[in-house]
Design a protein around this ligand. Structure first.
Ligand SMILES: Cc1cc2nc3c(=O)[nH]c(=O)nc-3n(C[C@H](O)[C@H](O)[C@H](O)COP(=O)(O)O)c2cc1C
Length: 259
């Protein structure tokens, strides 16, 4: 036992694989006659080597665990590829969307010095109790970029009397022109409030569901908690006929492909 370490060391199995034997007493040394102990310095280096290897294995495991996290059912699994939808289905989908004919609204927001607003036909109530309202903004739009830094959106409900406003907010991009310089508006707690005939609702942004990551889509859903609302002046208790998508189809979007 001339080469035995001067202190008892419990050597891990990986060290044995590296050619280092466990410490043992002289009387029951089952390894007698085999390779002698290396010097204490080599034993320490080997131990460090083992610790580093097991640390790497552990971190690799954690990383692999993250990678192997099961895909959540639903949107995270990704939408079916366009190539899976035949032309007849695409056409039927288009016709169905025309029949849905949602309301056209104008959504405004502000962040820092920036204010923005655009015409939106992708919006709807999405919870009764508590009330929630969802707005989908195109990633191409100036309004989307400002809304990413905003805490609130104002959704303006429109009637046919507001068509010129819809044409401005749907047909011009705030990235190129200040739309607010051309219309009357007021500042409501930092967010621009337009003068419309259909009424409005203000909502705190509770959640942004990123289209690209969650659904492969090109719009992000902003889920709002309504914090204030008002009836439109032209519509009494808000009963005026809404301006619909079919009424604004002639407008060329200010950000092409952003409708
Ligand atoms: C009929 C119609 C519907 C539209 N719907 C939406 C919509 O739901 N969401 C959206 O982000 N943009 C929509 N747009 C596009 C924007 O209103 C338009 O590109 C606008 O000029 C963008 O302005 P911005 O760049 O200042 O945000 C629609 C446009 C039109 C003409």
């Amino acid at each position: 036992m001339a080469n035995a370490p001067p202190f008892p060391v419990k050597m891990p199995a990986s060290c044995i694989q590296l050619g280092v034997r466990r410490n043992s007493s002289a009387s029951n040394d089952r390894n007698a006659g085999r390779r002698p102990w290396p010097s204490p310095a080599l034993a320490l280096i080997t131990l460090e080597c083992h610790l580093e290897t097991s640390y790497r294995r552990k971190t690799a495991y954690v990383a692999a665990g993250r990678r192997r996290r099961p895909m959540a059912a639903g949107p995270r699994a990704g939408p079916p590829g366009k190539e899976n939808v035949d032309q007849a289905s695409k056409d039927a989908y288009e016709r169905a969307m025309e029949r849905v004919d949602p309301a056209a609204v104008i959504v405004t927001c502000a962040s820092g010095e920036d204010k923005a607003g655009c015409l939106v036909t992708f919006s709807a109530p999405c919870s009764l109790e508590p009330p929630r309202y969802a707005v989908w903004l195109s990633h191409r739009n100036h309004t989307y970029r400002v809304a990413l830094g905003a805490g609130e959106l104002i959704v303006h409900l429109l009637t046919p009397a507001d068509l010129p406003l819809a044409e401005l907010f749907g047909g011009v991009s705030g990235a190129r022109e200040d739309k607010f310089a051309r219309v009357p508006w007021s500042d409501r707690g930092g967010t621009p409030l337009l003068r419309v005939s259909g009424g409005w609702l203000a909502g705190r942004i509770l959640s942004r569901v990123p289209g690209r990551e969650e659904t492969g889509g090109d719009h992000t859903c902003f889920v709002l908690e309504p914090t204030a609302a008002a009836d439109g002046d032209a519509s009494g208790a808000g009963s005026g006929a809404p301006l619909r998508a079919s009424d604004v189809r002639h407008i060329q979007p200010g950000q092409p492909g952003g409708e």
